[in-house]
Design a protein around this ligand. Structure first.
Ligand SMILES: Nc1nc2c(ncn2[C@@H]2O[C@H](COP(=O)(O)OP(=O)(O)OP(=O)(O)O)[C@@H](O)[C@H]2O)c(=O)[nH]1
Ligand SMILES: [Mg+2]
Length: 476
């Protein structure tokens, strides 16, 4: 049966803003008179999901672009929580009968089954209307089964990844196997078992085994999964049993054989699923959403740090190059020094902006001079050399002068580089030197910086710029 033709089936897609049901909780949340521990957890979970969504909204466009997928998933989580949508993901290796199992649970062919491995290529959501479970207090609550591609398909690493991702979002995991577990299955299971949510191991295709083989398999699985999956969460099914030959005794005493397909056997699984949901349906949903939100929140935070770090380093470097080049080519000593410090102040302002800190020009100047003071003689020595060289440069003009000024440019650029790094520390710590004070911070930065290579890189940048300039100005 074609999946497209079925209207309770929809391909998985990232949620859009339109999907967010904002008003849902006010009417759908459990009534305040009876705020049980579960309800409390539910309300807390919703709050943390919304709080994380706010963090996303506060991101820059660049950050949002990188976090688009996470944002979609989180919005999806909010909808799921407000509407009480319990998600059961069907996960496992290819051809273990995941799709067949969904059809058997739903009671009709809603998803495609095939002998060819790797048939299911996308994640599919199927509303399980006959599940017989609804989260108490949430009128729109529904149970959804999610079909996923097999995890070990050759060349299907992305799909496997997609399946893992889906399993992490779901509330209950059905881990389908059709024999003893192999290594891929075992390690995938371990990765999922780390996340705190119910996993039911479904040993499918049980019709293929003799009673003795079944017993042996049960023993092996119980032993292997001891301490990881409780025995009551290892169930056997035959989602789509093979045809069997029935021998029929006819009235005249002769025998006739007929091939028939036995009905699916998924009752044990249904029962176990209901037990798990009845035990802790709302709690499961809440726990899952809260963990998910915390994880996403961490991702936003660490991405923000990474992006800021990158932008700050780029900014420091480009200002250091500007300073280095300016000092190398500028023949007027007074302008050199002024120009140099103006570059530093502009750099600090750009850094403050990256870290979202508002500072007046005069405060930025104060910060620059406090860093220079903290640097003591080390940086001042760089500036001293450069001031001296300025005098030399005024004496002889032309390219020869510029080339001799390259080392001074490199040294001055290095000074700015250190000033920038120190300011970066200051802004990273919310415009504060913390317990350490500027002296210790600058000292550590100086120790950690490979001066030789920074100066060398700066010199190369100066040469590159001068080379380009020479061509553009026709060798003046
Ligand atoms: N004997 C037997 N065969 C089964 C059973 N369940 C599924 N199968 C067969 O196993 C094959 C794969 O079934 P699917 O449901 O497509 O398996 P899947 O895990 O969804 O496979 P992919 O989507 O390719 O990863 C089909 O030929 C099914 O008929 C079962 O309980 N017993
Ligand atoms: Mg399938």
């Amino acid at each position: 049966m074609s999946t497209e033709s079925n209207d309770n089936l929809s391909p998985d897609r990232p949620a859009t803003t339109d999907d967010v049901v904002d008003s849902g909780v006010a009417t759908a949340a459990p009534s305040p008179e009876a705020v049980s521990a579960d309800d409390r957890r539910y309300i807390d979970a919703l709050q943390s999901v919304r709080h994380t969504l706010d963090r996303f909204r506060g991101c820059s466009d660049q950050e949002k672009e990188l976090l688009r997928r996470d944002l979609g998933q989180l919005q999806n989580m909010e909808t799921k929580l407000t509407s009480g949508r319990v998600e059961i993901v069907v996960f496992g290796e290819i051809s273990t009968g995941k799709s067949a199992l969904i059809n058997a649970l739903v009671g009709k062919a809603v998803t495609q089954v095939d002998i060819q491995g790797g048939w299911t290529k996308e994640v599919w959501h199927v509303a399980w209307e006959g599940a017989g479970y609804r989260i108490p207090g949430l009128a729109d609550s529904e149970v959804v089964l999610i079909d996923t591609p097999g995890i070990n398909e050759v060349g299907g690493a992305d799909r496997g990844e997609m399946a893992q991702d889906t399993a992490r979002q779901a509330d209950v995991i059905l881990f389908v196997i059709d024999s003893d577990m192999n290594e891929t299955e075992y390690s995938a299971l371990m990765a999922l078992a780390n996340v705190n949510k119910p996993i039911i191991i479904v040993l499918n295709k049980i019709d293929q085994y003799s009673p003795r083989e079944r017993e042996r398999l049960e023993e092996i699985l119980n032993e292997r999964l001891a301490g990881i999956i409780p025995p009551e969460s290892i169930v056997e099914t035959a989602a789509q049993p093979k045809e069997v030959e029935y021998i029929i005794q006819q009235a005249d005493g002769t025998e006739r054989s007929e091939w028939k397909t036995p009905p699916p056997k998924v009752e044990d699984l249904k029962l176990r699923l209901l037990e798990v949901l009845e035990e802790d349906g709302l709690g499961l949903l809440a726990l899952n959403a809260a963990m998910y939100a915390a994880d996403k929140s961490d991702r936003v935070a660490s991405l923000k740090v990474k992006i800021r770090e990158h932008r700050a380093n780029q900014t420091i470097w480009s200002f250091a190059v500007v300073k280095a080049t300016a000092v190398a080519v500028n023949p007027a000593p007074v302008f050199d020094v002024l120009g140099g410090s103006a570059v530093d102040v502009a750099m600090l302002r750009a850094l403050a902006h990256i870290y979202g800190i508002e500072m007046t020009w005069s405060n930025i100047e104060k910060l620059a001079s406090s860093i220079l003071q903290a640097a003591g003689w080390t940086i001042t020595a760089e500036l001293g050399t450069h001031a001296l060289s300025s005098v030399v440069k005024t004496l002889t003009l032309g390219w020869g002068t510029v080339l001799t000024a390259v080392p001074q440019g490199g040294a001055a650029g290095y000074g700015s580089y250190i000033v920038g790094k120190a300011a970066k520390y200051y802004f990273e710590h919310g415009a504060s030197w913390g317990d350490e004070g500027p002296k210790t911070v600058v000292k550590r930065i100086l120790e950690e910086t490979d001066k030789k290579s920074v100066v060398q890189d700066l010199k190369e940048e100066i040469q590159k710029k001068l080379h380009l300039n020479r061509h553009s100005t026709g060798g003046n």
